[in-house]
Structure formats: C-alpha cells, structure tokens
Design a protein around this ligand. Structure first.
Ligand code: ADE
Length: 230
C-alpha cells in the first residue's frame, strides 16, 4: 500500500461513490491506495450525537466541537500520520503540494462544516490547512475528495501510463492544447491538418503554440512567472 487516506466528515455519503469509482476505485482494488470516509458523529458520546455548538463570544453560525474530532484522530492516527484540515483559508492546493503529500503514508483529512472547527483542533491536531480555491463550499467533504484524487495521480503506477505525468510537467506550467480524435471530419468541422501530417516535430510545435496562446488569453499570470515569454 503506497498511501492511505481517511476522511473525517459529517457527510461520508457525499464521497463514497466517488472514492470507489473510476481511477480511485481501481487504485484501491490494485492495493496502491486506500481511501475511506468516516462519519465523525460515530465518535460522539452523547445521546444526541452532537458535533457542533454555538461560538463563545457570540456570532452567527455554529462551530464544530473539539471532542469528537480529537477522539477520531486519536483513534485513526499512527506515528507517521499527517492531519489535513480542509478550509477556504488554507494554503492553496497545487501540483507542488500534491507532490509533497504523496510522500506521506497516511493522511487524515478533516472536513469542516458550519463556521469551521474549534481553534484548538487547528492548533493541536492539524499539520496542514488546505484550500481548493478562492470560493466557499458548504462543507469540506468535496474538497477532501479533490485532494485525494489529485494526490493519488502521483502514486507510482496509479495512472497506468506513466507518460501522462511526464507530459504534465509541461501541462502544469501552461494550459492544455486542443485534442482531437476520429472522425477527422465531423459535420464539416475538420481536425487541424498538422495533426494528420505524421510530422511529430510540427505537431509538437503546434501544440506548444496553442498552449502558449491559450495561456496568454486565460492565465497571463502563468506566463509572467516562467520562461515561456514570447
Ligand atoms: N471548505 C469550504 N470551502 C473550501 C475550500 N474552498 N477549500 C477547502 N475546503 C473548503
């Protein structure tokens, strides 16, 4: 087993299908990864299985209580485990962060809900706080699933075809180029001639130009930060 993931969430059903479908499902069946979502409420001890309370100091919304989270993490963690907390105010998820996380052996991913978790959880249990973008989701469960998907792609053998990752060093610095498949003429819309030419150097040049142009239009900030200047 290369890497194990345990999500702690109030909504495990949101991602159960996701974790067992497609590539993640295959990665689990092949024994490369393990990914499970756990119901945080299972670690409550009161009759109402309460996981949230009103914030001290007042204010709108509820805050997730520390007790069930501490109990869950203490049960699941091993000496080498790392705990991530999904939050819109965390560090941004990037390929670089995913490449760091794939070096770990066990990630416990805490999904926030309501106005977030008690700060003592963040201070005492959490190793890294991760955001998947500058927008706010209703809870962090989908964000945790995104982290698992993106990190798993870097597990050796996960993609089957290692070439997909080699091409990605190029793809992660520039946006992607247009892809076409058969038929060459679909309803009068033609595949660019160069792709049918068999001229590999010309195809590579065309793809690179297309990537640079698309990046210039949609993400000029990426061009400013690397060597792909005109
Ligand atoms: N929880 C709510 N919004 C989020 C975001 N953008 N990233 C990670 N976790 C979140």
């Amino acid at each position: 087993m290369h890497l194990e993931f345990d999500i702690l969430t109030l909504f495990p059903e949101m991602v159960e299908g996701f974790l067992t479908s497609s590539m993640l499902g295959r990665g689990q069946r092949n024994g490369l990864i393990r990914a499970e979502a756990h119901q945080l409420r299972d670690w409550t001890t009161d009759k109402h299985r309460k996981t949230d309370e009103m914030p001290f100091g007042g204010g709108a919304g509820m805050v997730m209580k520390p007790e069930p989270i501490f109990a869950a993490v203490e049960e699941l963690r091993r000496p080498e485990s790392k705990v991530l907390y999904m939050a819109p105010d965390g560090e941004p998820l990037t390929s670089q962060l995913a490449r760091e996380l794939v070096q770990e052996t066990h990630l416990i991913i805490l999904s926030g809900h309501y106005e977030g978790v008690d700060q003592r959880v963040r201070d005492e249990l959490v190793d890294r706080e991760v955001s998947i973008g500058d927008y706010v989701l209703t809870n962090g469960t989908l964000a945790a699933a995104v982290v698992i998907d993106c990190v798993s792609r870097f597990v050796p053998g996960f993609l089957g075809d290692e070439k997909s990752l080699t091409e990605e060093s190029f793809m992660s610095t520039l946006l992607g180029f247009p892809q076409y498949t058969r038929p060459a003429d679909f309803r009068g819309m033609h595949v660019p001639e160069v792709l049918l030419s068999g001229d590999h150097a010309a195809i590579a040049k065309w793809r690179r130009e297309q990537s640079i142009e698309k990046t210039r239009q949609l993400r000029p900030d990426i061009l400013d930060n690397n060597e792909f200047q005109p």
